[in-house]
Design a protein around this ligand. Structure first.
Ligand code: ZN
Length: 502
């Protein structure tokens, strides 16, 4: 059947509304599971979710939908940029699913549900071997889904990178990570030989209600719209985007690690601010779902580091912490606070790691997941391989698997190919920062507490075009330059040589 332009637009609107409604339901369901749902109901809730996802999948495989997707893709050049982009995404998704049956899709959903529960259980016990049999199935299923695809790439992992970060592949990322290694490891060495800042106060106990007040302050201060978003708690902080007017941020409180909450909230708040400031017309087309993970991590890590660890921002943080915490930090000067927050030292936990060593944590995950998906290594003994790499690159070794291989949630959901997004995001962010500084006085805006000014610049130059561009095109459109690690390495060098005086 041939469709004209209006018929395509009508179908497009119908399926966009349909998708948004179902995404809303799935999103709330996932959020519930990762926050307050009782563990005892895991099996039932996994089954219910798998059924919803299968029903959605059946619509995506229906003749009516496939006919629309093919027609829209063929005639995409007759439409505006946003529709064209949507039609390209929908077509890509159709090709990806072409040989996958609803039964297999259901099996995969159930497996991932079980994987999350088994991971959580194993993480609590600090024992990877309890999770390994399920994890092996997750990897096997991921490889099977790749094998079923018609469009082949040079490696299995390249196919996943194309899902997460179109335009990237192993060759590009190998070069990227080797530049990071070359740039970062010498700085770590110099720091290890320098005088270390005071850090005892980082483990001062801060009662949870006080930390909650801090979270509330930070979200508002950074520009999060509390009318269209909420904050909750979870094991592994994340941000959920059920709809344009419902964005959910999560954090985790530790009594003796108050900065953990602070930087989780700033990071996740960054994701949320991004989500809350995408142009409405792009959100309505569902294009918010197609912002890549590196684009998202660029913004969350921009808030976390380029803003959140900047001296002028830490000035507000210091004052507010003292205001809320009474005399808990009365023996800590601003200078000590700033240097302590920016401490750079090899550690075990990625989410708690400092700005400098962070990418080395990502490098380790990149090397492991690439070999795992390409079938070069197996899940058996992977915890030991993890520990070996931590020892080799960072000189530290986990005492158990919960501070080792079980610390992150990503692999449990088969999100192989996601980790590089964080490192790419750091490097994209440095280029964006330099561009922003040409237009506005960034440091002064932070000192004035004028986060609105920064948000508005990002909204105008960065958020507005993210759903329309692949990451490399996006960076070029914002900065006028091709992607490179230069700005990022320079930034790290400049910042840490000043902090550690070398
Ligand atoms: Zn993030």
């Amino acid at each position: 059947m041939t469709m004209n332009k209006n018929e395509i637009l009508e179908k497009c609107k119908y399926y966009c509304d349909w998708k948004q409604d179902y995404s809303y339901i799935v999103s709330i369901f996932n959020f519930d599971k990762e926050t307050i749902a009782p563990r005892g109901a895991n099996e039932e809730s996994d089954k219910a979710l798998a059924r919803i996802q299968q029903d959605i999948f059946k619509v995506l495989k229906s003749d009516d939908y496939i006919n629309y997707v093919k027609e829209a893709y063929e005639k995409r050049n007759e439409f505006d940029e946003a529709h064209r982009r949507l039609f390209e995404f929908q077509y890509k998704e159709y090709i990806r699913n072409i040989n996958i049956s609803p039964e297999l899709q259901y099996e995969n959903s159930l497996l991932l549900g079980k994987s999350y529960s088994d991971w959580l259980n194993a993480k609590e016990k600090g024992d990877y071997n309890l999770y390994e049999p399920t994890f092996r199935k997750v990897v096997e299923m991921s490889r099977k889904l790749i094998e079923l695809r018609d469009n082949k790439f040079a490696t299995y992992y390249d196919m996943l990178l194309d899902d997460f970060e179109p335009g990237n592949n192993e060759v590009i990322l190998d070069k990227f990570f080797s530049e990071l290694k070359e740039g970062i490891l010498p700085i770590i060495k110099k720091i290890n030989a320098s005088k270390q800042p005071r850090k005892d106060f980082l483990s001062y106990e801060v009662p949870i209600p006080l930390q909650e007040r801090m979270s509330e302050f930070l979200l508002k201060f950074n520009g999060f719209d509390t009318n269209c978003g909420v904050l909750s708690t979870t094991e592994h902080p994340f941000t959920d985007f059920p709809s344009e007017h419902d964005i959910r941020v999560t954090t985790h409180y530790y009594l003796d690690m108050f900065t953990s909450n602070i930087y989780s909230v700033i990071h996740e708040g960054g994701h949320a601010i991004f989500g809350q400031n995408i142009p409405h017309e792009l959100f309505a087309l569902g294009l918010g779902d197609f912002i890549t993970s590196a684009e998202h991590e660029t913004i969350s890590r921009f808030y976390e580091n380029y803003i959140g660890r900047n001296k002028n921002y830490v000035y507000h943080l210091y004052n507010k912490t003292n205001e809320i915490c009474g005399d808990i930090f009365k023996d800590v000067s601003f200078d000590e606070f700033y240097k302590g927050i920016n401490i750079a030292e090899p550690s075990l936990i990625r989410t708690e790691s400092d700005e400098l060593t962070y990418c080395i944590h990502i490098l380790i995950r990149y090397e492991l997941e690439k070999d795992l998906i390409n079938g070069k290594i197996s899940t058996q003994g992977l915890n030991l391989e993890w520990n070996r790499k931590y020892k080799e690159y960072l000189g530290v070794e986990p005492k158990n698997d919960s501070e080792g291989i079980l610390q992150d949630v990503h692999w449990t959901g088969a999100a192989f190919g996601y980790f590089p997004s964080y490192a790419l995001g750091n490097a994209y962010g440095a280029m964006i920062l330099n561009k922003m500084k040409e237009d506005i006085d960034f440091d002064k805006a932070l000192l004035d507490g004028d986060l609105e000014k920064i948000k508005n610049w990002l909204k105008d130059k960065v958020f507005s075009i993210a759903p329309l561009k692949d990451p490399n095109e996006w960076i070029k459109a914002i900065t006028g330059k091709d992607f490179s690690t230069k700005d990022y390495i320079n930034y790290l060098h400049e910042k840490f040589s000043k902090l550690y005086k070398f």
